[in-house]
Every structure is written in structure tokens, then in C-alpha cells.
Design a binder for this molecule. Structure first.
Ligand code: FAD
Length: 476
């Protein structure tokens, strides 16, 4: 399979501009800049035009034109993606299609079980709309103020509530998608059961803008728990993580809604670099867990107390603090949610987002540490993540004093080493951030060739000219 897309003619650019209106077509490089770089500063794209449609019809008309001309289109939501999928390539021939103006809440179901929103609504706005309807939309990410529902769907975003509610794929009933040729698939159904053939919705979730542009979604809403109790505890070893998690599952059952772990070094980075943070526990420990119980009024504090008491007795937990107010709970969450930001203060960081079966997380941590030191002695792993999902953000800060560029030049060698450990333990090289540009070559290296071939056939069937997000997810 080889797709070739053409640079756009000035006539084509004028026709796109006419569809969205001159105010919503950005050609000025200074105005374009925020759309062309990303959070990790790994990619700096170029484009002749950024278009910001206001409706599904405008998206449809632009894709019909692009398909006819063979011009590449890069969908973009909040531009918080961590693998470069939302950034056009440097050659400069691709159009960026930003969904930011499509922010309508189209419908909230009277029974409060679903809500239909447009793709450019931010996750925080969607959570807020659910709250106003007395319901919960549970997806939560540190980037939720900017990340959009369309981007969350296109990346099948995870976050800290996956343990209880699942990733984005589990939180959506139906989609509206504009296909490469401009036709619109209206799949906005709110059905819990629908066995009428292939699951088209699930094809688009996690497709990273390579199969269609998601313009709206019918999301699942849940009851808001009466209360939450949050605790931050220290553990003596990585080996204590699994039995502590199993104890928490056994005692709390469905009330266990978060179980996030952090290495000591990443907690140090957070308190060093993020204002208004401090260590919540007096003594040092190698590992920490932030856990949250949610449930009926008056139930979770007692449950947490009993759980932590049993864990301490079993030697799984050495110290802990339970938040006594919403502010204290927010302070504990801030430690975890600032983990990505805090690494910026420590120079270059090479990042991995792997998953392994949870019983193998401690083995992964020890084998990956050895593999990293073989590639770069003195490099500093700062693992943290969603233990209950077996998802480790295995980020590695540079050795102090090393030149940032020299360290980042080791990215591929480091990624090979860390990914090989994950794959050898039955794991994945991307638990929640996707493939984007960053992992295109790695995907081919580690994924089963039959799966890659099936993915290529799906791409060819839905986007025969290869205009949608060229060069992302699958190698061109
Ligand atoms: P963008 O970055 O704009 O795009 C991401 C991808 O989706 C691109 O390939 C793009 O082409 C495609 N896309 C965007 N919109 C559409 C659309 N409407 N139709 C089709 N394709 C589209 N991710 C997690 O999963 N879990 C986390 O806990 C998490 N934490 C984060 C914390 C921080 C501080 C940051 C910066 C990022 C974090 N992320 C996390 C990554 C990121 O926020 C998610 O991937 C998010 O879902 C991206 O949404 P977005 O709207 O910003 O998408």
C-alpha cells in the first residue's frame, strides 16, 4: 500500500476558505503557530491553511473537495496528543482541520443516560454538562481543559477512572463521522444493545483521524457517587503493589475507582517544580499509591480506614494520609496530575506509555530499569501510572549534566529497549496515547504482521486515496 497525496492548489485553498469563511481560515504563520507545535515539542509542522468548520456539513463539503483533489487533511482537537498525530508533516502540503468551533451540546436524554455533543467540546465542558444534568461523565485527564471529545475518541483516551468505568471506547454509544469522500455516517444511537453486524463505531474509536473525522458523539452518563474518599500511601517495595491492589479490590469491590502509583523520584520532581505542592507523608519510601473510593453517603471513609488498617497489618503499606476535605483531596490529586509537567524541569525526558498484565508490572519495572541503564548509564526512570490497568508511563529523565540533545538522540534505542521488555511480558507499546507519528516504525516492528495487514486493508477500504492524516498510525 502506498498513498500519495498532492500539495493543494491556490484554487483549492480558496474553495476551502469559502466554505468556512475567511475569519475561520488561518493562513498567517504567526496565527498558525499554536496549532503546529505540540506539548512535548517533538514536532513542528507546516501547513498552507488551518480551517475551522462550524458544522458537519462544512466538514463534509471540505472532505469531498480534498478527496477529489487528493489533498491530505489532519484533524485536530485540543492539540494535547502526545504522539504527534494532530500535527501536519513538515513538507507543508496538508490542511489542518480544527474541530474547535464545533462545541454544541445537541441533546441530553431526559432519563439522563446519554448526552450527544459535538466533537470540539472540551472534556471539561462535557463533564460540566453532565454534572448540570445531575449525572457523571467519568473520563478524567490532566489535559481535560483543552482535550476535546473528538480527540478523546480518536485516541481512545484512558485516564485514572478506567479501572471503574473503562476507556473512552466504553463510554460512547454512537458516533457521527464524516468519511474521506465527504459522506456522513450518522451512527448517533443511544442503544445498550445493537447486534446488527460489524461494530463500525469501534473502528473509528482509536483510529487517530486516519479513517474518518468524528463530528459528534452520543456519550454514556452514569450516576454521580454521593462521596469520594482519597488517600495517599507509601509502599515498601514494588512487589507490594500487586497484593495491595488485590486487597483493595477485595475489600472495596466496585467502590475502588482509582489506584494510581508513583515512584519516589517523580514525587520529588513534582514538589521541586510545581508550585503549591508538598510531600504529604513525613518519611521517604520507594513507591506511593493514590487511591480513591467512591460510593454511597457515609460508606467510603470507613471502608478506606479498614482497608488501610489491613494493608498496614499485612506490611503492604508503611504510612498513609486520608484527605479530610475536598481541598486536601485535590492537593493529593495535584501530585499525580502534575507528574508529566514536573519532568520538564529536569531536562530531556524520553517517554513510554506501555501496558503489561498487572501481575507483571513489578517484573517490568525491574527489567526495564536494567535495560535503560544499558542504553544510558545514569538515566533516571520516573515510572508512574494506572496500576489497575497495568499501564505504566515509563518516562526517563536524562542524567544530570548530560546535554539534552545528546540524551534525546537516544530516543529510538531507549524505546526499543523498553518496548522489548514490555512485549516480552505480553504487553503493548501504547496503552493510551496511541501511535501517531512517534511510534509508526515501532508498531511495525512489534505488532503481529497479520494485524498490520488487516489494519492496512481497513484503511484502504475507508480512505482509498489516503487523504486522512497521512503518515500517522500506519507507515505511508
Ligand atoms: P488532538 O491532540 O488534537 O488529536 C489527537 C489525535 O486525534 C490526532 O491523531 C488527531 O488527528 C485525532 N483527532 C482529533 N480530533 C479528531 C476528530 N474529531 N476526528 C478524528 N480524529 C481526531 N491521554 C490519555 O489517554 N490519558 C491520560 O491520562 C492523559 N493525560 C495527559 C496529560 C497531559 C498533561 C497531556 C498534555 C496529555 C495527556 N493525554 C492523556 C493525551 C491527550 O490529552 C489525549 O490523547 C487526548 O485524548 C487528545 O485529545 P485532543 O482533543 O487534544 O486531540
Amino acid at each position: 500500500m502506498s498513498f500519495s497525496v498532492r500539495p493543494p492548489s491556490s484554487h483549492f485553498l480558496s474553495r476551502l476558505t469559502a466554505i468556512v469563511g475567511a475569519d475561520n481560515a488561518i493562513a498567517d504563520p504567526a496565527e498558525q503557530a499554536p496549532y503546529l507545535s505540540e506539548w512535548r515539542d517533538l514536532y513542528m509542522g507546516r501547513t498552507p491553511l488551518i480551517v475551522k468548520p462550524a458544522s458537519t456539513d462544512e466538514v463534509s463539503r471540505m472532505l469531498a473537495l480534498a478527496n477529489a483533489e487528493g489533498v491530505g487533511i489532519v484533524p485536530q482537537g485540543g492539540n494535547t496528543g502526545l504522539v504527534g498525530g494532530q500535527i501536519p508533516r513538515e513538507a507543508g502540503g496538508e490542511i489542518v482541520l480544527s474541530l474547535k468551533r464545533m462545541r454544541q451540546i445537541r441533546h441530553v436524554d431526559p432519563a439522563g443516560t446519554s448526552m450527544t455533543v459535538e466533537a470540539g467540546l472540551t472534556l471539561a465542558e462535557a463533564q460540566d454538562a453532565a454534572r448540570k444534568a445531575g449525572r457523571l461523565f467519568p473520563l478524567g485527564l490532566a489535559s481535560e481543559g483543552s482535550a476535546t471529545i473528538g480527540g478523546n475518541l480518536a485516541t481512545n483516551a484512558g485516564g485514572h477512572q478506567v479501572l471503574a468505568y473503562g476507556a473512552m471506547r466504553a463510554l460512547v454509544y454512537g458516533l457521527e463521522v464524516v468519511l474521506a469522500d465527504g459522506s456522513v455516517w450518522d451512527g448517533l444511537r443511544a442503544l445498550k444493545k445493537d447486534n446488527t453486524g460489524y461494530d463500525l463505531r469501534d473502528l473509528f474509536v482509536g483510529s487517530e483521524g486516519t479513517l474518518g473525522i468524528i463530528t459528534a458523539a452520543t456519550l454514556k452518563l452514569f450516576p454521580e457517587p454521593d462521596e469520594r474518599t482519597t488517600a495517599f500511601v507509601s509502599l515498601p517495595t514494588a512487589e507490594a503493589l500487586l497484593p495491595f491492589y488485590q486487597l483493595a479490590e477485595r475489600r472495596a469491590g466496585a467502590a475502588l475507582t482509582a489506584f494510581e502509583f508513583m515512584a519516589d523520584l517523580i514525587v520529588s520532581f513534582v514538589v521541586r517544580h510545581i508550585p503549591s505542592t508538598r510531600r504529604p507523608l513525613a518519611d521517604d519510601a520507594p513507591w506511593f499509591v493514590l487511591l480513591e473510593l467512591s460510593g454511597a453517603e457515609g460508606s467510603t471513609a470507613t471502608l478506606m480506614e479498614r482497608l488501610l488498617g489491613d494493608a498496614a497489618e499485612a506490611g503492604l503499606v508503611t504510612d498513609g494520609v486520608v484527605a479530610q476535605s475536598l481541598t486536601q483531596a485535590q492537593d493529593l490529586w495535584k501530585l499525580r496530575e502534575s507528574a508529566s509537567e514536573a519532568q520538564k524541569g529536569e531536562g530531556g525526558s524520553i517517554k513510554h506509555d506501555i501496558s503489561v498484565p498487572i501481575a507483571r508490572v513489578p517484573e517490568f519495572l525491574s527489567k526495564a530499569q536494567e535495560a535503560v541503564q544499558r542504553v544510558c548509564p545514569g538515566a533516571r526512570p520516573v515510572p508512574f501510572g494506572h496500576f489497575g490497568d497495568g499501564n505504566v508511563h515509563y518516562n526517563i529523565s536524562q542524567p544530570p549534566g548530560m546535554a539534552r540533545a545528546d540524551y534525546l538522540a537516544l530516543w529510538d534505542a531507549m524505546a526499543h529497549a523498553v518496548h522489548d521488555v514490555a512485549v516480552s511480558l505480553g504487553g503493548s507499546i501504547s496503552a493510551e496515547h496511541g501511535i501517531g507519528r512517534l511510534k509508526v516504525a515501532e508498531l511495525v516492528r512489534v505488532k503481529n504482521p497479520v494485524e498490520i495487514e488487516l489494519m492496512r486493508r481497513v484503511k484502504e477500504a475507508l480512505d482509498p486515496k489516503g487523504i486522512l492524516n497521512p503518515g500517522k498510525l500506519l507507515a505511508p
